[in-house]
Design a protein around this ligand. Structure first.
Ligand code: DP6
Length: 329
């Protein structure tokens, strides 16, 4: 049977950067994100087929390289083991991201793959089980199972059985919140998050300090989410992004993802907040800015004054995984 699932990307306000187990993708700290709307989504169709001699993967109409295929095949092995099947799979996947925006995300990718492939293998997983499964493809994918505000609880068990995401608040409670994304560069990053975070854990002294402080920020943001109060999480969001990028810069050799335009945006957001707090910037492992705000017009006018921004995308807070009858093959 063929199954198709759609998952949206998510942008963290408390970042996941560093693992305690690289094979199982178990994080050093819990993280919190908002799930984006369908503008940043992946649709994936999977079918297991006895006739295939190896897994097949087509991403955005192109056959993928060996490295990506191996990563997907190993992920499918987890599902095959659980479902007690041997068949190889055909996987066709499409991102809705604006082409060349540098937003390609493993979060929506592995969440959609986990959902479509587990159903195609005959498994009926709970959302918790799906989050644990998606996590093993890519850590941030554990959060894309759910819509709205989501926390990936780091867990303590060695086997990862308690490291999964939960929904903190439905997307329905965040109708006024936007992520204004400023595309600054569409180049593929030179150091993957996976490789970068492993180096930070190994070599950064500042990283220990981050782990000591992050709990306090998590508390602040959890409370803000519980009270549906965006303003009271603004400072913590920016501090957490700054802390992650400081640890990246403290890595030996340093890892630098933000560029001059990214820094200009961060400064402009801080200035915008000087009279009234209305926006929070956050940057992932790349130079593109994500500016969370409930005043999108003001943020967009501010961004229009900054040189070096190629495109501005306004994203709403979106839903979790859903299944579709519109198969890609
Ligand atoms: C900076 O989830 O891509 O976006 O688990 O190795 O696949 P792997 O890493 P990934 O890392 C995302 C890092 C981040 C922060 C975040 O999304 O929390």
């Amino acid at each position: 049977m063929k199954f198709t699932a759609v998952a949206n990307s998510n942008i963290a306000v408390i970042k996941y950067w560093g693992k305690r187990d690289e094979k199982l993708n178990l994080p050093q700290n819990s993280s919190i994100s908002f799930t984006m709307d369908g503008q940043l989504s992946t649709t994936t169709t999977v079918e297991f087929d006895k006739k295939l001699t190896r897994d097949e993967l087509v991403l955005d109409d192109k056959a993928t390289g060996e490295k990506e295929l191996v990563r997907v095949s190993q992920f499918l092995d987890l599902i095959r083991n659980r479902a007690q099947i041997q068949s190889k799979a055909k996987v066709i996947s499409k991102n809705s991201f604006p082409k060349g925006a540098g937003l390609a995300s493993s979060a929506s990718g592995f969440a959609a793959l986990a959902a479509a492939a587990s159903r195609a293998a005959g498994l009926q997983l709970s959302e918790k089980e799906l989050s644990i499964l998606a996590r093993q493809g890519s850590g941030s994918a554990s959060r894309s199972v759910f819509g709205g505000a989501v926390e990936w609880q780091k867990g303590n068990e060695k086997n990862g059985s308690d490291s999964f995401a939960i929904q903190l608040s439905s997307e329905k409670n965040w109708k006024h919140l936007r992520n204004i994304i400023a595309i600054v560069s569409s180049e593929e990053k030179k150091i993957s998050s996976r490789a970068g975070m492993a180096e930070t854990v190994k070599t950064s002294k500042l990283y220990k300090k981050r782990l000591e402080e992050v709990g306090r920020r998590i508390e602040t943001i959890r409370n803000a989410i519980r009270n549906n109060d965006f303003e009271s999480m603004i400072d913590a969001i920016m501090q957490d992004s700054d802390s992650m990028h400081a640890c990246m810069a403290d890595t030996i050799p340093p890892i630098i993802y933000m560029n001059e335009t990214s820094h200009k945006i961060a400064k402009a957001v801080s200035e915008l907040n000087s009279s009234e707090k209305i926006a929070a910037y956050t940057f992932d492992a790349g130079p593109n800015a994500h500016v969370y705000t409930t005043k999108p017009q003001e943020v967009k006018s501010m961004l229009k004054e900054i040189d070096g921004i190629q495109e501005i995308i306004e994203c709403k807070i979106g839903e979790g995984i859903r299944y579709s009858e519109k198969h890609l093959f």
